[in-house]
Design a protein around this ligand. Structure first.
Ligand code: 26Q
Length: 815
């Protein structure tokens, strides 16, 4: 095997060579982009070698593999990560300096692949990172969207979406693998298979075929030789589709129609994590991912194994939410129709192969597809779903004889008001293990959303609390803090053994250490201020409390509750200009789904409030509000290290877990939060004294919701009334009372997520925050304890739990 050198001289040599032979240019005429691409290729070369060794070790060991199926991956920028993982940053700095550029200049060309919406996509990336770090043989499968999550800009404060053409300059981090292409069918008809007396095997003749072309991104482990891959599928027209005769006859549009239709499948990521759109194309995407990936999994299985008996022992497939759940039906189709296994054996193999992670509790977020749509697009799969459901309901009937209502509730098919396939039910029925993503979430899943299933199969239900990778979200994002931690703990082993952060607790009372801790936070805030000024023009004070709410805009997350607090502060400062309040910068970050009009209006209101606050000569000295556009993983890495306060204020019982809460706590932000998702576990670990808790708990919220009158809170709380009236009066709309009226109406009308009920508690809690902030040393101590006690939230721990409880896989060391 060819080998790259490990010295500075080798690295330099490879850079020159790559610039010349890969970019086709020279030092004299290279552009900044050439410089970046060349560096990327040179770093990539170091990973390729490890990948080759990993593939060889895996082939040799023929281990059980984890296959992670996810419609989304939010990987973040690759350059910094891969420099760290190959330990080559130390070469690049001096070389760049010689050339008169900085590493930061080069990094500005690194485009993050935005192949996800939010938490679920970023979790997939963190788990892949941890699997590689723990030497777990794994492949991630996903879609190579031509356009990722839209770019957010603001025009007159309103969100405008621009396409994310992330591959425009080429993606140096991926390898096309056209040899492993697959063919996928859609539509068409089914017929009885002549040789099958049971009628369970049938033959599908698709009406359209599309090619899936894979490319892969390398996923290196930290501190190990393992490099796994994420394989991303792109849809292309099958070769026959290009109609040369039509083209020759001048019918250009018709000639390329099939090509366009095929390529549309992987054209764009659905930017919608709220409303189920019922769009056939989304289902097509899902099946495309699943069909390509399963064929690839079987191809890989057959490299080292024969027959089907060993399949579930060698293959474990994790379904990231229900988006890839058609895999259950597709594996059945492949085994029964194509490989001619009998149904029962195929079903036993299938059920033993899959596991399902659920990421929500919101009933409206549970995917269902109209039977008519599935029938048309995937006629054979619809038959298989009916058959699976038939046998499943027989099982239920045997357990609960005569309980028709239970059958109706459990059925994979919803009958009323219209016939739909319940994807979550299919996922549970087709899986060995089902897991929620935080303790409360798992408990509520079993008690509410999936209750009947939890009663039927209690052993199927597990909790695996989410985690985040400390490499990206501490080491890369926060090098200053990392250095201080390493100095304190003596070495860098905390990066792969995050519980070692506990060692910081011992210096949480050491004034000298606290002083340094604060200096790090301040320096990070100075950096953030530069980013904020560049993107918004607003100058923020690095000594102000940095109050951060970064996440998708969604009603249940209650950005409007935070905004009511901001407006209250604004009103107070206007009325009492000399009031002694803690200077604060309130930073929001997040996108709203393009079709989510109420949240887009709320974004607009945030911008309007920001404008009013920041231009008020009196108020703006103590309060700033910013919403830097286009929040993404890269920006998260800038914001998180600078945060003092982490806003985790969803209505209890609605946020499955949250992962931003973990990233912020690890970086020493204190949380103000409700008893929701993983907030509960964070508070349990960092200690109630180091966490600002407020609000209804999940039970209280559910009870209150039954008979809820938001107006009563408005009437009885003068601060709340003043804040809402300020919006209603048009204060943030140049006197126009109509623009933000829908926000007011929704709060006073339904207030779906009980923001008004939690308002007073939130305000009082923010007063406790202010009080705590006034003692900077005590605050720093709490900050240290948050980092010190958050080691549990490493995604390494999450992956270990999946390995032990669900996957039952063992590491394979790569020499
Ligand atoms: C479904 C159907 C049609 C169109 C879009 C979708 C869709 C897309 C994305 C549905 C859901 C999502 C994303 C969900 C998500 O990010 N959930 C979050 O997952 C995190 C990781 O487990 C949790 O921490 C968050 O609490 C949860 O909200």
């Amino acid at each position: 095997m060819r080998s790259v050198g490990s010295t500075l001289a080798d690295f330099e040599q490879d850079l020159i060579s790559n610039l010349y032979y890969q970019r086709g240019t020279t030092l004299e005429s290279a552009s900044g982009s050439d410089g970046y691409q060349t560096l990327a290729l040179t770093v990539r070369d170091r990973l390729v070698e490890r990948y080759a060794r990993t593939a060889a070790a895996h082939y040799e060991a023929n281990p059980r593999f984890v296959y992670y199926l996810s419609a989304e991956y939010l990987l973040g920028r690759q350059l910094g990560q891969n420099l760290l993982y190959t330990d080559t940053e130390r070469f690049v700095r001096p070389i760049a300096a010689d050339l008169g550029v900085t590493l930061e200049d080069l990094e500005s060309y690194d485009v993050e692949p935005g192949l996800g919406n939010g938490g679920l996509g970023r979790l997939a990336a963190c788990l892949m990172d941890s699997m590689a770090t723990l030497d777990i043989p794994a492949v991630g499968y996903g879609i190579r969207y031509e356009f990722g999550i839209f770019k957010q800009a603001f025009r007159d404060g309103a969100q405008v979406e621009r396409p994310d053409d992330w591959t425009f300059y080429g993606n140096p981090w991926e390898f096309p693998a056209p040899d492993d292409r697959q063919v996928v069918g859609f539509y068409g008809t089914t017929a009885a298979a002549l040789d099958d007396p049971t009628g369970l095997r049938r033959q599908w003749t698709p009406g359209e075929v599309v090619r899936g072309e894979p490319s892969h991104m390398l996923v290196p482990g930290y501190g190990t030789q393992t490099v796994n891959i994420i394989r991303l599928w792109q849809a292309r027209a099958s070769r026959q589709s290009f109609d040369l005769s039509r083209f020759g006859a001048g019918q250009y549009k018709e000639a390329v129609e099939d090509i366009v239709r095929a390529e549309n499948i992987s054209k764009v990521l659905y930017p919608d994590d709220s409303t189920e759109q019922g769009r056939e194309l989304r289902l097509k995407q899902q099946y495309f991912l699943v069909a390509c990936s399963l064929r690839d999994i079987i191809r890989r299985y057959r490299l080292r194994n024969t027959g089907w008996d060993a399949f579930p022992a060698k293959v474990v497939i994790q379904l990231n939410d229900t988006h890839p759940v058609m895999a259950v039906t597709e594996l059945m189709r492949l085994l029964v129709d194509e490989y001619k296994l009998d149904w029962d054996l195929a079903w036993s193999i299938t059920r033993r192969t899959f596991n399902y992670t659920c990421h929500t509790l919101l009933p409206e977020a549970l995917e269902t597809w109209p039977v008519a749509v599935v029938e048309r697009l995937l006629p054979r799969h619809m038959e298989i779903i009916y058959a699976i459901n038939h046998f499943f309901l027989q099982e239920v009937e045997a357990t609960y004889p005569g309980d028709l209502d239970r059958l109706r509730r459990l059925s994979i098919i919803q009958e009323e008001p219209d016939k739909r396939v319940r994807m979550a039910h299919l996922a549970v029925v087709g899986s060995t293990a089902v897991n929620g993503v935080a303790e409360l979430h798992t408990r509520l899943l079993a008690a509410t959303t999936l209750r009947d299933f939890a009663e039927l199969w209690p052993q199927k239900f597990h909790n695996v609390t989410n985690g985040v990778t400390p490499r990206r979200f501490v080491r890369l994002a926060n090098p200053r803090l990392s250095e201080l931690i390493t100095e304190r703990l003596g070495d860098e082993s905390w990066l792969t053994d995050l519980d070692r952060l506990e060692g910081l607790a011992g210096v949480a009372d050491d004034p000298a250490f606290l002083e340094r801790w604060r200096a790090v936070k301040r320096a990070n805030k100075v950096d953030l201020a530069a980013h904020v000024e560049r993107s918004t023009g607003v100058v923020i004070d690095p000594d102000a409390l940095c109050d951060v709410m970064i996440k998708r805009f969604h009603e249940y997350k209650r950005q409007h509750l935070k905004l009511l607090h901001v407006i209250m502060l604004f009103n107070r400062l206007r009325e009492h200009p000399d009031l002694d309040v803690v200077p604060r910068t309130v930073l929001f970050g997040g996108k709203a789904a393009p079709g989510y009009h109420s949240m887009k209006l709320l974004l607009r209101l945030v911008n309007a409030v920001a404008e009013t606050v920041n231009t008020d000569p009196v108020v703006s000295r103590r309060l700033k509000v910013v919403l830097p556009p286009d929040y993404n993983v890269t920006r998260a890495q800038w914001i998180i290290p600078a945060a003092d306060l982490s806003e985790q204020i969803s209505l209890a019982g609605k946020e499955a877990s949250g992962t931003g809460n973990m990233k912020l706590a690890l970086n020493g932000a204190l949380t103000i939060g409700t008893l929701d998702g993983a907030n509960i576990e964070i508070r349990d670990r960092v200690g109630a004294d180091n966490f600002f808790l407020f609000g209804l708990d999940a039970q209280e919220a559910a009870d209150l919701r039954r008979d809820y009158h938001p107006r009563a809170y408005y009437e009885s709380d003068p601060d709340l009334r003043a804040a809402i009236d300020t919006i209603a009066a048009g204060t943030f709309a140049k006197g126009d009372r109509s623009l933000f009226a829908p926000v007011v109406d929704s709060m006073l009308g339904r207030d779906e997520y009980l923001a008004l009920a939690d308002y007073r508690a939130y305000l009082e809690c923010q007063e406790r925050v202010e009080h705590a902030w006034r003692d900077q040393e005590a605050w720093a101590r709490m900050s240290v304890l948050n980092s010190a006690r958050s080691g549990f939230f490493s995604s390494d721990r999450t992956v270990r739990e999946y390995c032990d409880r669900i996957w039952r896989v063992e590491p394979v060391r790569v020499a």
